[in-house]
Design a protein around this ligand. Sequence first.
Ligand code: GRF
Length: 208
Amino acid sequence: MLKIAVLVSGGGTNLQAIIDGITNQTIKNTQICVVISNNAGAYALERARQNEIDAVCVSPKDYGSRDAFNDALLAEVQKYNVDLIVLAGFLVKIPENLVKQYEGRIINIHPSLIPSFCGVGFYGLKVHEAALARGVKVTGATVHYVDDGMDTGAIILQKAVLVEEGDTPEILQRRVMEQAEWVILPQAIDMIANKTVTQANEKLITLK
Ligand code: GRF
């Protein structure tokens, strides 16, 4: 059984896709042990509670320094003894201590086809604004392992989504979620849980 922690900051539709995947068994042999948010008001925490999953807030506002927050976040994750940390719309830069401790065991969903529209400053709607401003005809989403850079870890899965005439950043964001994020994040977790992902080297993942 793969035990996971899901880290979130907002609405939690990706979290919901994982919960649904476990319920309908498209994700097998996986259990969500805890949902952690940096934001006490995140609706994602409510989704966790409704599904009887531990819901915890670890907010930087409650700590005197960034280091103290980083330590608290690591301590909270460690309590649950998880095999994998899933960043599902977690808007905090992952502290170095967490990356070190969980090397090769943290994945993230990013709403573009990496290496386009990723890295510092590319989060939320900004990603889709940049894609539309550049005039790309295809965008999508990426699930990747987290290393000490920003969106630089090995890519596990990607899915393309067409940009359509008249798209706004909001419309495009929704289509990318529906057609790509909610599909490939559950799929990647299932693949990790059932050992069909092998890391060949720092950047290359092979899929069975
Ligand atoms: C998603 O677009 C995700 O790719 C991005 O933040 C958004 C989170 O949405 N990193 P939700 O909280 O899962 O609804």
